[in-house]
Design a protein around this ligand. Structure first.
Ligand code: PRX
Length: 632
């Protein structure tokens, strides 16, 4: 396609055009899609309210662009290759024609159950093709999908259903993840005790886990699709109609429902996918992310399908049945492009090369990394042992809120540098600012990363609370979108993300709010107060360190800690379980009662020499107590 960049000169030219004439630039790219009615205008925006609109008054349906558009040329090509959890079980392949049919059938099933345009539908499923079918079926009928990661607890699920006021949940009896069977339906049942908006629950049978059926509410997937036609006209959507809500953690309060709309998201998902990965027709592409995260939305489902690619979906985990599973799948399905997270790379590196050696890995052409900074050592290991020094690595920086990759090398085109996300994609204007918001010009500077101009797939609002969106992203620095990340720009103008500058932690690539974890810990009846900070962790990037104050002294500290872990799993999910729990008598607070996390962070990092000034604390003695009991 015309809009795929093929060399660095073209990148520079495209970048220049995108700055000088952004509307023309995006108009040309958007012209490659099927619009039911062409937009009147490309862009209207201000970052004050914020109010951002792309492809104004355009009418379309994203599934026509993901599916129908490819039927004539790629109908018999695999759209999805699905690799199950168990090595002995048969992989499944679904062609574009079959996927189109199944999406239409399920879309009709949703309609039969009363779903209509604008309804919010929660999807809480294992990594099976029906998950992709469910997502696309929602989009087909204009329902807004709200996918919740299958590892979240009933409480997190309930919060997300309530906040989005969903009417339907699509789930499965259970999920296979490695050696574990996870009872998804039981979690849904518990969540729904506090979710009166839910009218129907569609249950896919995946495992043999027994579950409870609520008459009149629950319906099996196979019953729901019975007699449904494979003909389902795509709902007419406005460019700015909501496509999905995806919840992400913030530094305060409950997770925010990030809203993405139809037209801009579609254009950017496709453009960024094709350019960053340099996808060639016929290649097999594999993104290991769960669809419960933005990476799974944009680069497992939408981006690849928009580009007519074959996307691989894996149900299991990298270490089951052993730490060679990823490499086994790459050889088995002849994967050309492989996109994963630094945590996975580091954990597989730690298992040793014996798990890599049996595999050829010679189909690989491009490697990707996402979700957290990739350290030099992991980058080198990935480059040498997986890419055999011939595959470019694209270190892709982006966020749930950005909808797509904003800063990344273009595979094989941009010269890479370990641990650098390198250069912005065309249309993306990053700036670094100091704490006061002054823009830092030139190279060799470090500051807070902001974006000064809209891009098509950017967040439009936080569901049900626009003010929260404004405050979170557009209020810190006037007229800029603030990412929450620290960043350096080096002598070549390359960007290197240094990590979060707010109270969220990236644990194994998952964004977790410290306040959210504290709230979960505080649900334990014996805990009066807690403070959570991150500490550098060799495998996970960041680990969770919790300082907790217990109401009554407990002699069985070990049991108390186990109970706290269970409480966090119950209220948030096991991904949020602290790695270290220290029981303390008090927390370092200022006279106004604010916890000085800076001090706790230094203690957690074992950087005791740099605690800084503690004289302004209400009770400086607590610091000595905490230091004495610190876990290292
Ligand atoms: O801190 C950055 C980190 O992940 C954050 C966004 O997290 P989330 O919304 O969960 O989306 C993750 C998948 C896109 C960012 O603010 N991050 C993401 N990619 C990178 C990264 N940090 C460094 N390098 C990256 N390539």
């Amino acid at each position: 396609m015309a809009t795929r960049i093929t060399n660095i000169e073209e990148y520079k030219a495209a970048y220049k055009t995108s700055l000088e004439t952004p509307e023309q630039f995006w108009d040309e790219i958007a012209g490659e899609f099927v619009w039911k009615k062409k937009y009147d205008k490309v862009l209207e925006w201000n970052f004050l309210e914020p109010d951002v609109k792309w492809f104004i008054n355009g009418k379309l349906n994203i599934t026509e662009n993901c599916l129908d558009r490819h039927l004539a040329t790629k109908g018999n090509q695999n759209a999805i290759i699905w690799e199950p959890n168990e090595t002995g079980h048969q992989a499944r392949t679904i062609t574009y024609k079959e996927l189109h049919e199944q999406v239409c059938i399920f879309a009709n099933a949703l309609k039969k159950l009363g779903a209509k345009k604008g309804d919010r539908i929660c999807i809480y499923m294992p990594m099976v093709p029906e998950l992709a079918i469910a997502v696309l079926a929602c989009a087909r009928i204009g329902a807004i999908h709200n996918v919740v990661f299958g590892g979240f607890s009933y409480k997190s699920l309930a919060d997300r259903i309530q906040d989005a006021d969903c009417t339907i949940v699509i789930t499965a009896d259970g999920a296979y993840r490695g050696a574990k069977d996870i009872p998804l339906k039981a979690v849904v049942d518990e969540a729904l005790e506090t979710c009166p908006s839910i009218e129907k629950v569609i249950v896919l049978k995946r495992t043999n886990i027994e579950y409870n059926t609520v008459q009149g509410r629950d319906i099996l997937w196979e019953d729901a699709i019975k007699d449904c036609s494979s003909d389902c006209a795509a709902e007419v959507m406005d460019s700015e109609d909501m496509l999905f809500i995806l919840y992400t953690s913030g530094s305060t309060g409950k997770p925010k429902g990030v809203v993405h709309t139809t037209g801009g998201y579609m254009v950017y998902a496709d453009y960024s996918f094709r350019n960053v990965f340099q996808y060639d027709d016929g290649e097999i592409y594999w993104c290991t992310a769960d669809v419960g995260w933005i990476t799974g939305h944009t680069y497992l489902i939408y981006g690849p399908l928009l580009a007519g690619a074959t996307t691989l979906m894996f149900e299991g985990i990298p270490t089951y049945p052993d730490a060679g599973r990823f490499w086994n799948i790459i050889d088995k399905h002849k994967v050309n492009i492989f996109y994963t997270a630094p945590t996975a790379i580091r954990s597989l590196e730690a298992m040793g090369l014996d798990f890599v050696k049996p595999y050829k890995l010679d189909s690989l052409r491009v490697l990707g990394s996402v979700g957290e900074p990739i350290n030099k050592e992991a980058w080198e290991w990935y480059h040498l042992n997986i890419g055999k020094e011939k595959c470019p690595i694209v270190d892709t920086w982006w966020q749930t809120e950005t909808g797509g990759i904003l800063i990344s090398p273009l595979a094989g085109i941009t010269k890479t540098k370990p641990s650098f996300a390198t250069l912005p994609l065309p249309g993306i204007r990053p700036v670094l600012v100091d704490e006061a918001g002054k823009i830092l010009e030139g190279n060799n500077v470090e500051g807070r990363l902001c974006i000064e101009f809209p891009w098509p797939s950017m967040i439009r609002t936080t569901y049900g609370n626009h003010e929260r969106c404004r405050q979170n992203y557009f209020d810190t620095f006037k007229n800029l979108y603030f990412t929450g990340d620290g960043c350096k720009r080096d002598e070549d103008g390359y960007y290197r993300i240094t990590g979060r500058v707010d109270d969220v932690i990236k644990v194994s690539g998952h964004l977790l709010g410290t306040a959210e974890i504290e709230n979960a810990i505080n649900e334990h009846p014996d805990i009066v107060e807690s403070a959570v900070v991150g500490f550098p962790h060799d495998i996970k990037g960041w680990g969770i360190y919790a300082f907790v104050i217990c109401e009554n002294e407990r002699k069985d500290e070990h049991n108390l800690k186990l109970e706290i872990l269970a409480t966090v799993s119950k209220y948030m999910g096991s991904i949020a379980k602290p790695d270290k729990i220290q029981i303390v008598k008090g927390l370092p607070k200022t006279r106004s009662g604010k916890i000085m996390r800076r001090i706790l962070r230094k203690i957690a990092e074992n950087d005791l020499a740099n605690l800084g000034d503690t004289s302004t604390l209400l009770d400086p003695a607590v610091v000595e107590d905490i230091k004495a009991g610190a876990i290292h």
